[in-house]
Design a protein around this ligand. Structure first.
Ligand code: PGA
Length: 267
């Protein structure tokens, strides 16, 4: 394991079962949430500097808020240019629009798209309100391909191991689709809103879609995630822990976590 963003991978013995992956993920452990947010912003900015008109996908939730604040600050200082970057949303609840109370897209607009002055024409919202969500999901996949594929997928890690809304049972070949949410995820996400009813279904980019990104950045914070971090990174790859499939990304995966989130990993 590494500290303070030196960016070096853990040694092979501690990597767990990365079978069939090329190279090993980089696990970066930093002191706290603020440092995680800064390091995450560094990775995003590096990716968009290398590909100023490339596509990235970004998460919502409590984990990325600090990263967005950092990115917005850098945009305003002139240290990051998102003017040509294509932004794809990872997931949202079916039937919700940004005007609705329980909307993940609304969080993204409030925390990043609006304060970061991201051009509206470069934002690809996940299709939550279409009459045919299955066809719309296929169209979303085509939009990603037309944008040249994802240069970077930034993802969080759910307490049950979900990535985006790929709940337990999701395999590595899954694509953008409608999914039934677990009660645990609905309860977890209810914390983002005051008293809003959390829908039972979502539309999410698939694990296969995310694994197709040229680089994947997973960000994790807090002691409460330490056990699921251990299972995700060092346990067997299994759909019971959907995040474990990201081990398939090998060296294309960087995990940035604070010390608390990393606390169940072996030194
Ligand atoms: P959180 O959610 O950032 O609010 O912990 C992460 C997730 O569920 O993916």
């Amino acid at each position: 394991m590494v500290d303070e963003g030196t960016g070096q991978a853990m040694d092979a013995e501690n990597q767990g079962s990365v079978v069939g992956a090329r190279g090993t993920p980089t696990l970066t452990v930093v002191r706290d949430y603020e440092a995680m947010s800064c390091r995450a912003a560094d990775v995003v900015v590096q990716a968009i500097q290398a590909h100023p008109d490339g596509a990235i996908t970004v998460p919502t939730g409590s984990t990325p808020s600090g990263m967005y604040q950092e990115l917005v600050d850098r945009i305003h200082r002139g240290d990051a240019d998102f003017s040509r970057v294509q932004i794809f949303c990872l997931d949202d609840y079916l039937g919700q629009t940004p005007e609705d109370e329980a909307s993940l897209t609304k969080l993204l607009i409030q925390e990043f798209l609006e304060p970061g002055d991201i051009p509206a024409e470069n934002v690809h919202f996940i299709p939550t309100t279409t009459a045919d969500p299955h066809a719309a999901a296929e169209q979303y996949e085509r939009e990603i391909v037309e944008a040249g594929g994802l240069e970077l997928a930034v993802v969080g890690l759910g307490p049950n191991g979900h990535i985006a809304f790929n709940e337990p049972g999701s395999g590595p070949d899954t694509r953008t689709r409608v999914i039934d949410l677990t009660q645990e995820s609905r309860d977890q996400n209810a914390a983002y809103y005051e008293g809003a009813e959390i829908p039972a279904q979502a539309i999410t980019m698939g694990l296969g879609t995310i694994l197709g990104a040229k680089r994947i950045l997973m960000i994790v914070s807090g002691q409460s995630k330490s056990e699921i971090v251990r299972e995700t990174l060092t346990g067997p790859m299994t759909s019971d822990v959907p995040g474990s499939w990201l081990q398939l990304a090998g060296a294309r995966l960087e995990v940035v976590m604070d010390k608390d989130a990393a606390s169940a990993l072996k030194e």
